[in-house]
Design a protein around this ligand. Structure first.
Ligand code: SF4
Length: 360
């Protein structure tokens, strides 16, 4: 049984209708929402989406903005490569497409940060293109509906799911009869995965796809899709220096590429060094030093133990014989910290110290 007809009918009667990016077919707005919604839930995205549009109402204003301003608007949403790609993509649209997003999914997929599923979603929403999406929610729905065994993150299973996703797209005849069918179908897949066919306890009793769902018929909704094969992540550690002087904190802007690229973070030194040697390594002359509780931050490819060192320093001067490049470092007024783009664990650490009145 094909899923399009029941899914479209369900989306129109019970799916999500009032989301801010559903009121438009403007590719800039739809693209922005799709990038933000990758790995982030709708409720978290809405305020960021609105703040972004207030500051960057169109692709030209985003392309022209300094990268620091873009990163500051993104700070807190996580997965910062998305923000860097967003900015690069806006610039490419201005330079190579005269300020207009490409008119189909194939063109969209050539832009930075737009994978095949995101390109298809934008093309389906904005142009009504018969393009298949395959995000995490859709993988789960299709894995269950067709009872697909195998880890959906592996190439072989993913290819199988892509084939199924393409074969389920509404037909050209359906599109002729109902020009908005791709919007409802694409949104319906997203809504079903987010609200009924959830990871735990799917609500099969009220699901519009229940009749044809093999996982439901076979009593296998708990075991499908297969869980991702667990990787053992390598462990690393670092010391982060929170150097304070007269209401200022020393921060360092990270290089544009790599982890936390373009964000303001704390200067780091090797956790094998003593706090005194670490401060000397950074060229900071310290007075009182306090080691704070270490905590863990997990990246996609490794786990990082962060050992924070709080130091009240004698002066803001950075010694010339520092052994690392401190040219991107700056003493920032405590009152300005909230305006900067920072990695989430660094923000949390500084907010905790502020709340405990330890920054001064
Ligand atoms: S019947 Fe259940 S498992 Fe099947 S698609 Fe619907 S919610 Fe998911």
């Amino acid at each position: 049984m094909k899923i399009a007809a029941p899914l479209v009918a369900w989306q129109r009667s019970q799916g999500r209708q009032g989301l801010p990016w559903q009121q438009t077919r403007d590719p800039y707005r739809v693209w922005l929402s799709e990038i933000m919604l990758q790995q982030t839930q709708v409720t978290a995205v809405i305020p960021y989406y609105q703040k972004f549009l207030a500051s960057f109402p169109d692709v030209a204003s985003l392309a022209q903005a300094p990268s620091e301003q873009v990163m500051a608007h993104w700070a807190g949403l996580g997965y910062y490569a998305r923000a860097r790609n967003l900015h690069a993509c806006a610039q490419r649209v201005m330079q190579e497409w005269a300020g207009n997003f490409p008119p189909d999914s194939a063109g969209l997929a050539t832009l930075p940060g737009i994978g095949p599923s995101t390109a298809a979603a934008i093309a389906a929403f904005c142009y009504g293109e018969r393009a298949a999406i395959l995000d995490g929610n859709v993988k789960r729905v299709l894995s269950r509906y067709f009872a697909i065994d195998g880890d959906p993150t592996t190439r072989a299973t993913e290819q199988k799911l892509w084939q199924l996703a393409r074969s389920e797209v509404p037909s050209a005849a359906q599109l002729r009869r109902d020009p908005m069918v791709m919007t409802a179908y694409t949104q319906g897949q997203m809504d079903l995965g987010a609200t009924l066919c959830t990871r735990a306890r799917p609500q099969c009793k009220i699901c519009p796809l229940q009749k044809g769902c093999l996982a439901y018929a076979q009593g296998r909704t708990d075991e499908l899709p297969w869980p991702r094969t667990k990787k053992i992540l390598p462990e690393r550690s670092t010391c982060m220096l929170i150097a304070c002087h007269q209401n200022k904190v020393l921060l360092q802007r990270r290089p544009d590429s790599g982890i936390w690229g373009g964000l303001w973070s704390l200067p780091e030194f090797d956790s094998g060094l003593s706090p005194q040697d670490g401060c000397a390594y950074l060229g900071v002359s310290v007075g009182k030093i306090q080691s704070l509780s270490a905590f863990l931050h997990t990246f996609t490819h490794y786990r990082l133990t962060i050992e924070p060192i709080l130091a009240h320093v004698r002066s803001t001067k950075i010694s010339a014989d520092t052994r690392i490049d401190m040219s991107q470092s700056e003493w920032i007024q405590i009152g300005q910290l909230s305006t900067l783009g920072m990695p989430a664990p660094v923000r949390k650490l500084l907010d905790g110290l502020l709340a405990d009145h330890l920054l001064r």
